[in-house]
Design a protein around this ligand. Structure first.
Ligand code: ZN
Length: 350
C-alpha cells in the first residue's frame, strides 16, 4: 500500500511505505519502510517493526515503545505481547509498535542518530522534512487515526530515574478526562501523574489526544538500564488495560507492593515542583525516586571537584511531596532538571 496520508483538507503523500492491511483480521507482522539515502545505499530504507492483531469485535488499542531509544521496558513489553498473545484470546484490534524510533533504539539514545532530533518533539511532522519529521508525520497521519485508546510507554531514559507511574494530560473534555483517569487506574502503576499547563503539543500523546483517543503515557524506569519492576508493571499494565477494554478475559490486578489496593493519582502542580542545577557540576542527590520530601529540604549538592576554592552549592526542593523524578547521570549541566516533586491530585478550578 502506498503511504498516502489524509491530513485534513489536503492529501499528502508520505514517503514511508506500509504493507500492513489494517482492516484485515488475523495476525500480521511486518515493517514500515522509511527511505534513508546513505553512503552504503542511495535507495536504502529503515525498517520499523509493526504488528497488527485483529480478532472479532472490539476497540483498537495502540501500544508504542521505543519513541526514545534509551527506554527499554516498553520495547520489551510490546515485543513480548506481540510474539506471545494467542490471537483467539483477543477481542478487537491491537496495533503494536515496539520500536517506533528504530534508529535511536539501535543506537540506545534518546534522539535519532540520523538527524539528531527527538522524535517526541517532531509531531505532527512533515512528509518532506528530516527523517524524524517524516516518521512523525506518518505516525500522526496513518497510525494515530486508527486508535480508540493508546498507551505510550516511556521511562526517564538516561537523564533520570523515576517512581513507576502512568501519566496523562488534564484534558479539557470532562468525559474524556474521566475515561483517561479510569484507564490509568486500570493500568495499575503505583502512581498516575496528571499534568496541565505544559506545552507539549509536539508529542505523540498530544497528537493522540487531539484525535480524541483515550491516551496515557508511562514512566516505568530510567537511568538507561532495564528495570525489573518496570517490566513487571508494564506487562501487567497493558494486560490490565486490555481487560478494562474488554479485549482480554480475566480479572484486573492493581495490587501494589506497598499494600495499597490501586493507583494513587498525583499531579505536578506548578514550577516550584521542579529543581534545576544553577551551575554545571557533579550532582550529589540526597533522596531516591519515591521518597517523601519537604519544601526547603536539601535535594542535593553540586560539587566543583576541579576547583579547590569552589564550595559546594546546595540545591533545595521548592515543594513538598513525593520525589517523582530524581537526577541520575552524576555530571549535570547548568539548567538541567535534577528533581521533580509530585503531590496528591486535586482538580484545578476551571
Ligand atoms: Zn521517553
Amino acid at each position: 500500500m502506498a503511504g498516502t496520508a489524509s491530513t485534513g483538507a489536503t492529501t499528502v503523500a508520505s514517503r514511508v511505505q506500509c504493507t500492513i492491511d489494517f482492516d484485515k483480521p488475523g495476525r500480521q507482522a511486518g515493517y514500515l519502510r522509511a527511505p534513508q539515502s546513505r553512503n552504503t545505499s542511495g535507495w536504502g530504507v529503515v525498517e520499523i517493526p509493526i504488528y497488527v492483531l485483529q480478532n472479532g469485535e472490539g476497540p483498537t488499542l495502540l501500544l508504542t515503545g521505543g519513541v526514545h531509544g534509551d527506554e527499554y521496558e516498553g520495547q520489551i513489553t510490546i515485543s513480548r505481547l506481540a510474539q506471545t498473545l494467542p490471537l483467539d484470546q483477543l477481542r478487537g484490534r491491537l496495533v503494536l509498535l515496539p520500536a517506533v524510533n528504530i534508529p535511536a533504539v539501535l543506537n540506545a539514545t534518546r534522539t535519532s542518530p540520523i538527524d539528531g532530533r527527538d522524535l517526541n518533539r517532531c509531531f505532527p511532522g512533515n512528509p518532506a522534512g528530516t527523517f524524524s519529521e517524516m516518521l512523525a508525520h506518518f505516525i500522526a497521519a496513518r497510525i494515530v487515526p486508527l486508535a480508540d485508546v493508546a498507551v505510550e510507554l516511556h521511562t526517564a531514559g538516561h537523564s533520570a530515574d523515576c517512581t513507576p507511574s502512568t501519566n496523562m494530560h488534564y484534558v479539557a473534555d470532562p468525559a474524556l478526562r474521566e475515561q483517561t483517569l479510569a484507564l490509568a487506574a486500570a493500568f495499575g502503576a503505583p502512581y498516575n501523574v496528571v499534568f496541565w499547563g505544559v506545552d507539549e503539543g509536539a508529542t505523540l500523546t498530544s497528537t493522540l489526544e487531539r484525535k480524541g483517543a483515550i491516551t496515557i503515557g508511562t514512566e516505568i524506569g530510567g537511568w538507561g538500564r532495564v528495570s525489573v519492576e518496570g517490566v513487571r508493571l508494564g506487562e501487567r499494565g497493558v494486560r490490565n488495560v486490555m481487560k478494562h477494554l474488554g479485549m482480554l478475559a480475566g480479572a484486573i490486578d492493581t495490587s501494589q507492593r506497598s499494600g495499597a489496593a490501586g493507583t494513587r493519582h498525583m499531579m505536578v502542580r506548578d514550577a516550584a515542583c521542579y529543581s534545576f542545577a544553577p551551575a554545571s557540576a557533579v550532582f550529589e542527590p540526597r533522596h531516591l525516586a519515591g521518597d517523601a520530601v519537604e519544601q526547603g529540604q536539601t535535594a542535593g549538592f553540586l560539587h566543583f571537584v576541579e576547583d579547590v576554592d569552589h564550595a559546594p552549592i546546595e540545591v533545595k526542593y521548592g515543594a513538598s511531596g513525593i520525589l517523582w523524578m530524581a537526577a541520575g547521570p552524576g555530571r549535570v549541566q547548568r539548567g538541567d532538571c535534577v528533581a521533580v516533586v509530585m503531590q496528591d491530585y486535586e482538580a484545578p478550578r476551571d
